[in-house]
Write a protein that binds this ligand. Structure first.
Ligand code: ZN
Ligand code: ZN
Length: 526
């Protein structure tokens, strides 16, 4: 990460857009990249645009207006993802010599970040002669928005070096970066900081802590924070519930839901997603059916595709493939690839080639409609054909396997997070890591070689090798991974945990795997 470079002061770079107020700001044509549904729900004459029009009227009337006029107009641009008016307001701020106004510049930074223009946001930051805690937090958020949690952490470090004290917004942003990266040590440091400076454990801050501990695989601390919180909102309960579920504590998740009912917390669709997900990770079929029914009858919540996905997953995992297939076919919303993908995994676990073929056909049909070229279902099919001895079909499926999205893994050592990506040899210790990888693979007798040479080794294996190299027993090796762990890595992790007598925790994009003594907490059920 080259954050150091971006923090240097660049030459001022002013946007070259007209500053004539008459030509300024017709935001109607500017919102081409609305970022999410809530942004999109603003009608063109709704509140954000009114703020932009008000700004234009001020400009046209030639009245003196203070710097206070900028923030609401820029916020409006950010909400509507209206980059072009935002740039024009930027130009006006330059014309009015507001380049050193920390409030105006911080609003500009946020506007660029929220319009997805990270480079512009960084440039504004670099050119600011003065920055306050809001500015730094806006930059941390900018990196989080563009899915660079590592860089967000680096900015936080720079902020500390600059002697700026974090506020509760900063703390929440940094905790969210820690959660993405599985950076438990830094997360703990933030927690200690909150206690040291006596930041109030509000619903907002507390929920972030609970979420961070859950996502870093530390359930005991998550529960301790959760239980100590006086103000718990539904988001707090949901974070705890979801944490328990993805860790395979389905029964505890159900107990927590009962506590919610007793406390009169207003459960929402996310709550039920957590409960159903817990049921599905633990194979609790009857309970799953009960809560799927309860959400509709008692809570009047209409199940979304995600709830149906959980149910299909639950039924499929427990071997009720026909029922799962029927539910997918008959759901009121057309099932997507995630739903069919869950069923395909179930077919893999149950070794049902016939149904897997039917499911695979549906996946291919959806992909054709959406021009999606993900080929991971061919990987599953080819493995299933191989196991069934259908070598011709296996070759056919294998030929269709394309490039997978790049896998990335993160491992925290001390307070530093190291990133490994497939095919990347940029780590300064790469030579040593390679040696360790070879040794490790030999020791666990892994590799149906040919398929993977060192450069194609999946990132979680590289991260484990690095972890073994740089830490010693009994330190637990904690890895976060952006994709689902593959079968080969999963079995390798089990063997490594036994061969090296180390506990290894891998959080992939769906759940936690805790490898210990040759076994995984998921019971090979994922
Ligand atoms: Zn793998
Ligand atoms: Zn596992």
């Amino acid at each position: 990460m080259m954050i150091g470079a971006t923090l240097s002061l660049n030459q001022p770079n002013y946007p070259s857009v007209p500053t004539n107020p008459q030509t300024l700001l017709n935001p109607h044509h500017q919102c081409s990249h609305l970022q999410n549904a809530s942004d999109a729900s603003h009608s063109n004459d709704g509140p954000p645009f009114q703020a932009i029009y008000r700004f234009r009227e001020l400009l046209i009337s030639h009245r003196d207006f203070t710097t206070l006029a900028f923030a609401p107009a820029l916020k409006a641009c950010a909400t509507a993802s209206a980059l072009s008016p935002g740039k024009q307001i930027h130009a006006h701020s330059v014309k009015r010599c507001l380049a050193s106004d920390v409030y105006v510049q911080t609003s500009l930074l946020s506007m660029y970040a929220r319009c997805g223009q990270l480079d512009d946001a960084v440039r504004v930051f670099d050119e600011m002669p003065k920055r306050n805690v809001v500015t730094w937090t806006a930059l941390i958020d900018a990196y989080l928005r563009s899915e660079q949690p590592e860089a967000a952490v680096t900015v936080f470090r720079e902020m500390q070096k600059a002697g700026v004290e974090p506020d509760h917004f900063t703390v929440v942003s940094v905790l969210s970066a820690c959660a993405c990266l599985g950076a438990l040590n830094l997360g703990r440091w933030v927690h200690a900081y909150i206690e040291r400076v006596g930041l109030e454990l509000t619903d907002y801050v507390g929920t972030s802590l609970v979420d961070m501990y859950c996502k870093c695989g530390n359930m005991a601390d998550a529960l301790a924070v959760f239980n100590s919180m006086k103000a718990k909102g539904v988001r707090t309960w949901n974070a705890m519930l979801h944490g328990l579920s993805v860790h395979g504590h389905g029964r505890e998740a159900i107990q927590l839901f009962s506590r919610m009912e007793i406390d009169g917390v207003h459960s929402n669709e996310v709550t039920f997603l957590g409960v159903l997900c817990g049921c599905s990770h633990n194979g609790l079929v009857e309970e799953g059916r009960f809560y799927f029914d309860l959400m509709q009858t008692k809570y009047r919540i209409k199940p979304t595709i995600k709830h149906y996905g959980c149910m299909v997953d639950l039924l499929g995992r427990t071997g009720l493939l026909n029922e799962a297939f029927r539910m997918a076919e008959e759901m009121p919303v057309p099932p997507n690839i995630i739903v069919w993908g869950a069923l395909l995994s179930a077919c893999r676990i149950q070794n049902n080639v016939g149904m897997a073929e039917q499911v695979s056909e549906r996946i291919i049909r959806i992909q054709e409609d959406f021009r999606n070229d993900d080929t991971s279902h061919y990987v599953i099919m080819s493995n299933m054909y191989a196991r069934a001895g259908l070598s011709e079909k296996m070759a056919e499926a294998r030929a269709k396997i394309g490039k997978k999205p790049a896998g990335r893994s993160w491992i925290e050592i001390g307070y530093d997070v190291h990133e490994f990506a497939v095919g990347e040899a940029s780590h300064p210790m790469w030579g040593k890591i390679q040696e360790m990888l070879v040794e490790m693979m030999k020791k666990v007798g892994s590799e149906d070689a040919g398929e993977e040479d060192l450069h194609n080794t999946h990132s979680e294996k590289v991260a484990v090798a690095f972890g073994l190299l740089i830490t010693s027993a009994p330190t637990t090796i904690r890895i976060a991974k952006n994709l689902r762990i593959c079968e080969d890595c999963h079995s390798a992790m089990k063997s490594i945990s036994e061969a090296y007598q180390r506990e290894i925790i891998v959080r992939d994009c769906t759940r936690f795997h805790q490898f210990k003594g040759g076994l995984c907490s998921c019971n090979d059920y994922w």
